[in-house]
Write a protein that binds this ligand. Structure first.
Ligand code: SF4
Length: 468
């Protein structure tokens, strides 16, 4: 199965996770911003989840629906295509990022517009759509406040839900003063002032741009209805004001029926923003004459998802509803932030999704970006067993020759009791002779560069047994 192509999109980092993480850890301001933001969201989310007596049953239902969707994905997608088409929309199938970008660029060109407004969308970040539009002379304008901060700051998102989580309000003020057209030079760093400045800038853009590009949180196969959930109302403006709407959606986002959607609309807001109900839930089915966009295009994106689906263990990663709860509870994410993961999908879900979309060799360090503490599994509203996936992917990642040689030697020694006892004695002697605390020599030093080599016990089990 083809994986996501290289040279386009944002699924591969420029450097391995340990290198990028080390640099992020040295940034005290970043760690403060992240620690404060994740702790606030965690507390808010835990409080509203506690109010729901059947939360565990909702999680089980969400997991079961997603398992069913993966088992009959082709059938559901064909049903979705049929319903969208019947309702006046046009469905396009994109095998990868290149195809999806080309489809969207052509559609925008056909409208004659040189600007599009965008609803926050992970799929369009994944395929590098903004870069493709800019290369074609079309200006994309992000309308989600956090995405706008990232775009104006010439930055990259670092969190699924709060893309500018690594910025504090003083930094945001600086970005607005530097890059936002028409901003008041007396702008303060009060959140209400910053939001008002963004609103003034965006309102003009909403009213004068005839094309919008969105992602989708869900698509209901039985009616061909698309759903976007968001908190600011910018999405509602993008989905209703322009004449043309183009939605780019990963194929895994389809759900069979409205009853299934009901489960996810309960799980998502409590697990993500810590709200009881999502502030803006926009739904549309094809085109309605005289109301809203009069042309609707749905681009169904694969970009490596079929390869993920083909792995019976790994396909769980496609159950993700992008709530970001796993990021907010992850002790690794909380310290390194999202940029260290290199991909638009950071944190625990990124560590299992990105390597599968690209092929494990292209993101080989990500499955190791975890302590395997299991907090992500406990937090996930659709019960994705992320630790199991991490171990599964570690097994598939390329391993250094030295590691294979050591494992083969250990297996050989463990099979031979006399040799194993001699090896234990030798280990004790070498540690007593001065290697203690200094780690292993090359080529095994990679193992002890980041961890302490434990002291050998004063007495082995075999010695203890023999003495009895
Ligand atoms: S893996 Fe689970 S917790 Fe993490 S973003 Fe996806 S749905 Fe949310």
């Amino acid at each position: 199965m083809p994986t996501a192509p290289t040279g386009v999109g944002h699924l591969r980092g420029a450097e391995p996770f340990p290198v990028a993480a080390r640099r992020a850890l040295a940034d005290a301001q970043l760690r403060r911003n992240l620690g404060h933001a994740t702790a606030t969201i965690r507390a808010k989310s835990a409080a509203v989840i506690d109010e729901v007596p059947d939360w565990e049953r909702l999680r089980a239902a969400g997991s079961a629906i997603k398992t069913d969707v993966m088992a009959r994905l082709p059938e559901l997608l064909e049903q979705l295509e049929q319903r969208v088409t019947q309702a006046g929309g046009v469905v396009h199938w994109a095998a990868d990022a290149h195809e999806a970008n080309a489809i969207v660029v052509d559609l925008v060109r056909d409208t004659g517009s040189d600007r599009v407004i965008k609803v926050k969308s992970m799929a369009t970040q994944e395929i590098g759509l903004n870069e493709a539009l800019e290369a074609a002379g079309i200006a994309p304008v992000e309308t989600d406040l956090a995405e706008l901060i990232v775009q104006l700051g010439d930055d990259r998102p670092s969190h699924i839900l709060v893309p500018a989580i690594h910025r504090n309000r003083a930094e945001i003020r600086q970005i607005f003063l530097r890059a936002m057209p028409g901003v008041d030079p007396a702008l303060t760093d009060e959140p209400a002032d910053l939001a008002a400045a963004a609103r003034r800038f965006l309102r003009q853009t909403f009213l004068s741009t005839p094309v919008a590009v969105s992602g989708a949180n869900f698509a209901v196969a039985e009616t061909g209805t698309l759903a976007v959930v968001e908190s600011e109302g910018n999405g509602r403006m993008c989905l209703t004001l322009p004449r043309t709407l183009i939605t780019v959606m990963g194929v895994e986002k389809v759900v069979p029926t409205w009853r299934d959607l009901e489960v996810f609309l309960q799980l998502l807001p409590r697990a993500s923003t810590g709200e009881r109900m999502n502030p803006y839930t926009s739904m549309w089915t094809g085109v309605t004459p005289g109301d809203g966009p009069q042309a609707f295009h749905l681009v169904l994106l694969d970009n490596g998802r079929s390869a993920v689906l083909a792995d019976e263990v790994g396909r769980q990663a496609l159950h993700c509803i992008r709530c970001s709860a796993c990021l907010n509870v992850c002790p690794v994410y909380e310290r390194t932030g999202g940029h260290a993961y290199g991909s638009v999908y950071p944190g625990p879900i990124g560590a299992v999704l990105s390597p599968q979309l690209t092929g494990v060799a292209d993101n080989a360090s990500l499955p190791y970006a975890s302590s395997l503490c299991g907090a992500c599994y406990d937090a996930c509203p659709v019960k994705i067993n992320i630790p199991e996936l991490l171990v599964h992917l570690r097994d598939r990642a390329p391993h250094p020759h030295a590691e294979s040689a050591v494992m083969a030697a250990a297996a050989y020694a463990m099979d031979r009791p006399a040799l194993f006892a001699a090896a234990q004695r030798a280990t004790r002697l070498s540690r007593l002779a001065g290697r203690r605390g200094r780690g292993l020599p090359p080529p095994l030093s990679g193992w002890t560069d980041g961890r302490d080599l434990s002291d050998p016990p004063p007495q082995t089990f075999r010695d203890w047994w023999a003495n009895r």
